[in-house]
Design a protein around this ligand. Structure first.
Ligand SMILES: NC(=O)c1ccc[n+]([C@@H]2O[C@H](COP(=O)([O-])OP(=O)(O)OC[C@H]3O[C@@H](n4cnc5c(N)ncnc54)[C@H](O)[C@@H]3O)[C@@H](O)[C@H]2O)c1
Length: 256
């Protein structure tokens, strides 16, 4: 098992990519802690419990710096160390630039950028004790591609790649590696909701359209993001830092 004895904090682990990462980490022997504001969190924890797996979870908003500090300190008290942080929690609301209010813009900035900032700052003193791995969920959106309505989302996801690279340099001497995952389309509630908004009567037509545009002809699975996260969290990637790794089924390769 690649993460035996490690303690991993995963934000947004109640569903989607985060849940795929949590499952993959648990399968590799990690003690996993979820920070997520979703009301479905208790259900997720009890599903793990039914399988004999203890997952610690805090229902908390990553925008709330004080609460995040308190949770992270409790994790340190319980386990004695923190080795892995996955900044996965993120939001996306599609709206044309001219129509987007400052509130919606700030919603993206506050969660996607400042939330990541808060959790990273809270974990850093503990990660520094033994070294570790930080993984940030960026996106191909904003870094290499985009669609209409994605300006705020794209801006924040590109910012996370900058944060990743800069932190990687700063933390290398503390034996902390920092990398980003850049997914294309992964089949998660976020994508399901976008499909419903785009075609309320036939969302599966939207998903089919996306699949056709991807060279591998399907969306990714959250467990595939989980497998990449295990690689980046484990010693298998011991000489990789400051990288953004695309997982997209070839989405970004196609010419017109
Ligand atoms: N699904 C994709 O195709 C895709 C593509 C590129 C990047 N990503 C990135 O992957 C990450 C996860 O995406 P997903 O598709 O699984 O999304 P999702 O909406 O399905 O799940 C996001 C999770 O984050 C939690 N969350 C959101 N804001 C939070 C906050 N302020 N505090 C605590 N928890 C919060 C939600 O409750 C939810 O459990 C995001 O950062 C997203 O930008 C997803």
């Amino acid at each position: 098992m690649k993460l035996q004895g490690k303690v991993a904090i995963v934000t947004g682990g109640a569903m989607g990519n985060g849940l795929g990462i949590v499952k993959s980490f648990v399968n590799e022997g990690a003690n996993v802690v979820i920070l997520d504001y979703s009301n479905t969190l208790p259900e997720v924890v009890s599903e793990f419990k039914n399988q004999g797996i203890d997952v610690l979870a805090y229902q908390v908003d990553i925008r709330n710096e004080q609460m995040i500090n308190a949770c992270v300190n409790q994790v340190k008290e319980k386990y004695g160390h923190i080795d892995i942080l996955v900044n996965n929690a993120g939001v996306c609301k599609l709206e044309p630039f001219q129509l987007m209010t400052d509130e919606v813009r700030d919603f993206h900035i506050d969660i996607n950028i400042k939330g990541t900032w808060n959790v990273t700052k809270a974990c850093l003193p503990y990660l520094k004790e033994k070294g570790g791995s930080i993984i940030n969920l960026s996106s191909v959106t904003g870094v290499s591609v985009s669609d209409s309505g994605e300006v705020a989302y794209a801006m924040t996801k590109a910012a996370l790649l900058g944060l990743t690279k800069s932190l990687a340099v700063e933390l290398a001497s503390s034996r902390i590696r920092v990398n980003a995952i850049l997914p294309g389309y992964i089949y998660t509630p976020m994508v399901e909701n976008m499909a419903k908004l785009s075609n309320p009567t036939n969302p599966s037509a939207v998903i089919d359209g996306i699949s056709k545009a991807i060279p591998m002809k399907r969306l990714g699975d959250a467990l595939e993001v989980g497998a990449l996260s295990v690689f980046l969290a484990s010693d298998d990637s011991s000489y990789i830092t400051g990288e953004g790794i695309v997982i997209s089924g070839g989405l970004t390769l196609k010419k017109l």
